[in-house]
Ligand binder design. Structure first.
Ligand code: MRU
Length: 324
C-alpha cells in the first residue's frame, strides 16, 4: 500500500522540520525548529495541525527541551498551552513526561515511537474502516485528516486511501472547511497528489448533496472523543452528522485511540478552542468583512455519540452505545 507520499513533519539533524501548512498548496516550505517555545508557537499558529500531528510535534518539542537541558514540566506546560481541544497533544506530553529518564536520547526515542505508532494506527484504521465503505462509494468528508494531519496515511482520509489501495471505486466530496479551508487547501492537495477522484464543495452544499442522493456515507476525523462517544471535530462536523441522520446516511468517525479521552463522561466537558476573528473576517490576508465586525469563531463542535454510526480506531469498529 502506498504510504507517506505526503509528509508534514520530520526529525533531522537534531531539529524538528515542519511543512508550513499555512502556505500550502501554493508553497511547499519546510521550517526548522530548535526550541520547544518555537514548536508551541508553530502548533498555535497552525504551521502544523490535525490532532495526531500536533501530538507528534509536541513530543519532538519535548525532545528539543531535553536536548537543551530545560525543565520538563515547564516545557510540558508551555506546549500544552498551545491548543486546547485535540487530546492527542496532552496524551503525547503525558507520555513523554512519564518517562523515568529525561535524557535527550530517551525522549527522542519515545517521540520517534509516538510518530511510528501513529502511522501504524492509521494503517490499521484504514483496514478496519474500508470494510464499512460500499463499493462504489461517494464519500463526504470535512477538514483535512490525511498525511498532513498525522504521521502518515491519515484517519478518515486514511480510510479513503485504504479503499483506493484495495481497488475500490470511490469519489470524494471534500468540504471546503471554513474558516481555515483545510479541505479546500490541504485535502484537495493530498487527493490530487494521489489522483483520487474528488470534488471540493462549499460547506453549505453538503446537505443538499445528501438530499439529492449523491452521498453514500460521511467519514470525519476527531480531536477528542469522550467516554460516551461524543466527538469534537472541526466546526461544521455536527451539521454534517445532523444532515446525515436526517437522510439515513451512515456517519463514521475515524481516530486513533490517542484521541480517546475516557476521563470525560460526555462531550460537554470538551474544551472548545475559540480562535481569532481575523480567521473569519479575512481570506488570504484580505479583509472581507466590515472593519470591526463582531465575530464568534469556535474551531470545533461536538457531535453526540448517538448520531455516529460507528467509531473506527486501530482496535476495530465500535458502535453505539459507546463506552470508552
Ligand atoms: O484546526 P485543525 O486543522 O487542527 O483541525 C483538525 C481537525 O479537526 C481534524 O479533523 C482532526 O484533528 C483529525 S486529524 C486526523
Amino acid at each position: 500500500m502506498a504510504i507517506k507520499s505526503v509528509r508534514c513533519l520530520e526529525w533531522a539533524d537534531d531539529r524538528l522540520r515542519l511543512l508550513d501548512q499555512r502556505v500550502l498548496p501554493h508553497q511547499e516550505t519546510w521550517l526548522e525548529y530548535q526550541t520547544w517555545p518555537e514548536v508551541a508557537e508553530a502548533i498555535r499558529d497552525m504551521v502544523v495541525r490535525g490532532a495526531p500531528a500536533i501530538g507528534v510535534a509536541a513530543a519532538y518539542g519535548m525532545a528539543l527541551a531535553a536536548k537543551a537541558g530545560e525543565d520538563r514540566s515547564v516545557a510540558h506546560a508551555g506546549l500544552a498551552a498551545s491548543r486546547p481541544t485535540a487530546v492527542n497533544l496532552f496524551w503525547a506530553l503525558d507520555r513523554i513526561s512519564a518517562l523515568p529518564d529525561w535524557s535527550f536520547e530517551a525522549v527522542l526515542r519515545e517521540a520517534r515511537m509516538i510518530e511510528l505508532e501513529d502511522l501504524q494506527m492509521n494503517l490499521a484504521i484504514g483496514n478496519h474502516g474500508m470494510r464499512l465503505i460500499p463499493n462504489p462509494a461517494r464519500i463526504l468528508t470535512i477538514c483535512n485528516t490525511g498525511a498532513l494531519a498525522t504521521a502518515g496515511h491519515g484517519t478518515a482520509l486514511g480510510v479513503i486511501r485504504s479503499c483506493v489501495a484495495e481497488g475500490q471505486d470511490v469519489f470524494v466530496y471534500s468540504c471546503e472547511t471554513r474558516p481555515r479551508q483545510q479541505g479546500l487547501r490541504l485535502t484537495a492537495y493530498e487527493l490530487m497528489a494521489e489522483d483520487i477522484p474528488f470534488a471540493s464543495i462549499a460547506d453549505g452544499a453538503a446537505a443538499s448533496l445528501m438530499r439529492a442522493g449523491k452521498i453514500d456515507c460521511v467519514i470525519a476525523g476527531a480531536d477528542r472523543i469522550a467516554a460516551n462517544g461524543d466527538t469534537a471535530n472541526k466546526i461544521g462536523t455536527y451539521m454534517l452528522a445532523v444532515a446525515a441522520h436526517h437522510h439515513s446516511i451512515p456517519f463514521y468517525i475515524a481516530a486513533p485511540s490517542s484521541t480517546l479521552d475516557p476521563s470525560l463522561t460526555d462531550g460537554g466537558q470538551i474544551p472548545i478552542e475559540e480562535r481569532e476573528a481575523s480567521e473569519l473576517t479575512h481570506i488570504e490576508g484580505v479583509g472581507v468583512a466590515p472593519v470591526g465586525c463582531p465575530v464568534f469563531n469556535p474551531a470545533f463542535d461536538v457531535t453526540p455519540g448517538e448520531l455516529i454510526t460507528a467509531i473506527i480506531t486501530e482496535e476495530g469498529v465500535f458502535r453505539p452505545p459507546y463506552s470508552f
